[in-house]
Write a protein that binds this ligand. Structure first.
Ligand code: ZN
Length: 256
């Protein structure tokens, strides 16, 4: 009897120490580099948002793959995608998670070095003026040719969907891990928090979806860091860890 108890104890100990690493092969992730082609996104001091976010997304792709996820990019090169094309890819691949990567900017040149920080957004109408301004800037290019009535209809169609709660949870996990990783290696990293805003790139998404503003290209200190490969590495690892934490928690909710 003691032998059996000891053996069982040993098996638990053994699997506890050397158990298989988490299997992510059933998790599909779609990552979206914002802008592209004629749409440069924010630009400052010769640096362009479309190039930065493509670079970060390519690194993200490699990192998700090495962690065993099935991962797809909406664009892997410098070309423009129309509204709906980005989230349609997420639907086609039946992704668990859709992540759009962007860099932030402000218009007021006199405040360029006052405004910085990493922010994660999920789709929701908002009364917050700052979030509205950022959404308006990011929406400008994807909304070309869409009248305001259809814009309201498409936003309203998803605003009360169950995906808002899931997207909010995903945003919290991703933001927390990104900020933790960046703060461990860099001084004075500003946590801009999780926010809601009506981003049109997230409208067509029928799955948990977030938009990450990795930093302000208009801020001298942050622009330098954004193009630093160590800084990019911390962002990428933070996003992958955040998604992992979100997916693991959903799996636990289903099991219990
Ligand atoms: Zn953008």
């Amino acid at each position: 009897m003691i032998n059996i108890v000891l053996s069982i104890g040993f098996v638990f100990l053994f699997t506890g120490c050397f158990g298989p690493s988490v299997d992510h092969s059933d998790s599909v992730i779609v990552i979206d580099a914002g802008h592209g082609g004629h749409d440069t996104g924010a630009t400052e001091a010769g640096k362009r948002e479309k190039d930065l976010v493509l670079h970060i997304t390519q690194k993200l792709y490699k990192e998700f793959r090495s962690e065993g996820y099935r991962v797809y990019m909406t664009r892997g090169s410098d070309h423009f995608l129309k509204l709906g094309q980005r989230t349609r890819i997420a639907d086609k691949k039946d992704a668990q998670v859709f992540i759009s990567i962007h860099a932030n900017a402000i218009a007021d040149r006199s405040r360029f070095d006052d405004v910085e920080g990493i922010e994660t957004y999920y789709l929701q109408k908002t009364r917050d003026a700052k979030s509205q301004r950022i959404a308006a800037r990011e929406n400008a290019s994807v909304l070309q040719g869409t009248d305001s009535l259809s814009q309201n209809v498409i936003v309203d169609s998803v605003l009360n969907g169950p995906k808002i709660i899931e997207s909010h949870k995903l945003a919290i996990d991703v933001q927390r891990h990104m900020v933790k990783n960046l703060k461990s290696e860099f001084d004075k990293v500003k946590d801009g928090g999780v926010r809601s805003a009506p981003f049109y790139v997230l409208v067509g998404a029928s799955r948990p979806s977030i938009l990450v503003e990795v930093g302000y290209i208009t801020n001298t200190k942050e622009r330098k860091r954004l193009f630093d490969s160590d800084y990019q590495e911390e962002i990428v690892e933070g996003i992958v860890e955040g998604v992992g934490s979100y997916i693991d928690n959903r799996k636990k909710e289903i099991n219990f």
